[in-house]
Ligand binder design. Structure first.
Ligand SMILES: Cc1cc2nc3c(=O)[nH]c(=O)nc-3n(C[C@H](O)[C@H](O)[C@H](O)COP(=O)(O)OP(=O)(O)OC[C@H]3O[C@@H](n4cnc5c(N)ncnc54)[C@H](O)[C@@H]3O)c2cc1C
Length: 453
């Protein structure tokens, strides 16, 4: 058998089911121009992927495989490779958003495709209700998922013996019309600027996580404590496999709260698979926010005048990350206090998050907007001042990202009326009165709910 091993969301050799195949193999990674064309030239994710595939290339070399790094439209590239070398099949891990599904469908018209379950813990048809239909509510999904997990084989995959495609495939480099790594394996050749990222080794992160597990449940929401794994980007690109992470954490006496979050991640991908239209549309309520470019601009520039919200935006812009609790506060403020369309907020996060994942991001934004599958109704509105008082009491997080507020006492930064009455140099007054804005949002949603039904 002659196979193309297509690395996509599984950029690792450890416990990667792609490497359980025998026969003649050609491992490839494709820098997809359909995606790259939409990104800014200093997009951090391109640097992250670049770093990860360089490492993957080294690791594969130790196994006797040579990763080919390609650039172009994946369907066209696979078609050309197949014409040149007649593969029996392409093997890849499943990828479920609308773009990925269409792309994979097109590839399946070219040659046989075998999609593996790797990115998530469960296949989309593995956790279903007794009547065979999907769950749309997390708690029952979670209970069933735990049962399915008990019987799941989480053992690492067995590395197969393989043969690298022989000499002839060296010709790939000289094939006309496709630009390959031989051009020079540099980010600049893709038209992007390298961005320096703060990389910690996986081992360091996993060891740190094991220390954090006993207090993860109690501390994960606090902004002045480093209580979470920081593994979402590694999970997004498959630099760590979710099965490995389960093996590392499941047996810990207090591992359940962490495993619950991994199952949350699965749940969101599962929902996007079963309800693909929610990528663009509300699951419930016809209200879609009010388009206001000026408000949006102030938000994007971290000038809302609400310290915890602006600190979150600054964290995102500077590091490509934002603490989960702050993501929730920011998304609630955006969709309820500012009444902006959740799709705009989703797109802003999509542009900047290093761990950007369509399913988690879209579903979380719909959750915050109150338009998603979550049974909690529209009237859940976070009070950003109470949130910062509770989770960032001494304003350690706020002041880390907002040096202009460093001399202001924390109690004033958690208090809306103080922020309205003070004149802080280089910092605006809040854009809205929270109570009034929240009341208005609830009234609008209520009317729309009545309209719908
Ligand atoms: C508005 C909004 C947008 C979000 N967008 C994304 C996104 O694009 N990509 C993304 O990976 N996560 C997203 N999340 C979820 C969550 O904020 C991040 O996964 C988390 O902050 C990553 O930090 P961590 O790795 O330290 O998490 P940990 O607390 O250590 O959790 C472990 C892993 O579980 C998963 N996880 C944790 N919390 C959630 C959650 N609430 N929903 C889904 N998965 C979760 C992540 O893969 C995470 O790495 C979003 C949340 C909100 C509220």
């Amino acid at each position: 058998m002659r196979r193309l091993l297509w690395f996509r969301r599984d950029l690792r050799t450890e416990d990667n089911p792609l490497l359980s195949f025998e026969g003649e193999l050609l491992p490839i990674f494709i820098f997809d121009t359909n995606i790259l064309e939409k990104l800014q030239k200093d997009d951090k994710r391109v640097s992250y992927i670049f770093h990860s595939i360089s490492k993957l290339k080294e690791e594969l070399r130790l196994l006797g495989l040579d990763l080919k790094i390609l650039y172009g439209d994946p369907v066209a590239i696979i078609k050309e490779l197949h014409t040149l070398y007649s593969f029996d099949e392409v093997v890849a891990s499943g990828d479920y958003d609308a773009y990925a599904r269409n792309r994979d469908l097109e590839v399946s018209h070219i040659l046989h495709c075998r999609y593996l379950q790797d990115t998530y813990i469960f296949r989309h048809d593995e956790v279903l209700k007794d009547d065979g239909t999907p769950y749309y509510v997390f708690t029952p999904f979670y209970k069933k998922a735990l049962k399915v997990l008990e019987n799941k084989n989480l053992k690492p995959i067995h590395l197969a013996s393989h043969t690298l495609l022989n000499e002839e495939y060296k010709g790939i480099f000289s094939f006309d019309g496709l630009r390959f790594e031989a051009l020079a394996f540099r980010i600049e050749s893709l038209g992007f600027v390298p961005v320096s990222l703060n990389f910690q080794t996986l081992q360091t992160k996993i060891e740190a996580l094991k220390e954090k597990l006993s207090s993860y449940k109690e501390q994960r929401d606090f902004l002045d404590i480093d209580a979470t794994s920081h593994l979402s980007t590694e999970l997004r690109f498959g630099v760590i496999g979710v099965r490995q992470l389960l093996r590392e954490t499941r047996s810990h006496p207090q591992g359940e709260a962490f495993v619950r979050q991994l199952i949350f991640r699965d749940f969101y991908a599962y929902l996007l698979f079963h309800l693909p239209y929610i990528e663009n549309k509300n699951y419930k309520y016809s209200f879609n926010g009010i388009e206001d470019v000026e408000k949006y601009q102030r938000f994007c520039e971290a000038k809302t005048g609400v310290p915890i919200v602006d600190a979150g935006v600054r964290e995102l812009l500077s590091s490509g990350d934002m603490h989960n609790r702050v993501r929730m506060i920011v998304a609630s403020f955006f969709t309820k206090d500012l009444l902006l369309p959740w799709q705009w907020g989703e797109a802003f996060f999509a542009k900047h998050l290093l761990d950007y994942d369509k399913a988690s991001n879209i579903l979380s934004w719909q959750w915050s907007a109150g338009t998603g599958v979550d049974p909690q109704p529209y009237f859940r509105v976070f009070n950003p001042y109470l949130q910062s008082k509770k989770f960032d009491k001494e304003c350690v997080y706020i002041k880390r990202y907002m040096p202009e507020l460093k001399n202001i006492e924390p109690k004033y930064l958690h208090d809306e009326s103080s922020l309205f009455s003070m004149n802080i140099e280089d910092y605006p007054k809040p854009m809205v009165y929270h109570k009034e804005a929240a009341k208005l949002a609830v009234e609008i949603f209520k009317k729309r709910m009545e309209l719908v039904g």
